[in-house]
Design a protein. Structure first.
Length: 163
């Protein structure tokens, strides 16, 4: 049975496609690609149908990640098919939990940086959209740092299903 993860930011052109790309790579490196489905979306539909921000693509390419991405808006009905919904900041977390049709669905929503023990209390990945390339680099560093814990958590969930 496939484990489904969706990363969510505001417009689905910067942070969430970056997180999706990094996580997909880490899942492949862990040999879990046949068990895990990964995608991303935005809380809003402003960029629906657009490719990822060119700065996101540039930073991902520079660090050996690829992305073929088309932005879309998260839909409440998706909770039924998803196992884990990863919010990139607390605003997204709140919006997604409000959108959740049930308490069970709301419990599927987690903050990405909660999987990084070094993050401390600051669990938001800042939005790099209005800044320069350095903000996208910083975003990638935060995303990468959280991925070790996220992959371990997903692996644990998968093992729990097999038991």
């Amino acid at each position: 049975m496939t484990y489904r993860v969706c990363f969510v930011c505001t417009g689905n052109i910067c942070r969430s496609p970056m997180a999706e790309s990094v996580f997909r790579t880490r899942i492949e490196e862990a040999g879990l690609q046949s068990l895990v489905e990964v995608d991303s979306a935005g809380t809003g539909g402003w960029h629906e149908g657009d490719a990822a921000d060119p700065r996101t693509v540039s930073v991902l390419d520079e660090h050996g990640y690829g992305t073929e991405h088309i932005a879309r808006q998260f839909q409440s009905s998706w909770f039924a098919r998803l196992d884990l919904v990863i919010a990139l900041d607390t605003g997204h977390l709140k919006a997604l939990r409000r959108l959740a049709p049930t308490e069970e669905a709301a419990r599927k929503v987690r903050l990405l940086r909660a999987y990084d023990p070094a993050a401390g209390d600051d669990l938001d990945v800042p939005d790099p959209y209005y800044g320069g390339l350095d903000g996208f680099e910083e975003c990638l560093e935060m995303v990468e740092a959280a991925n070790t814990g996220l992959v371990a958590a997903v692996r644990e969930q998968l093992e729990g299903r097999a038991a």
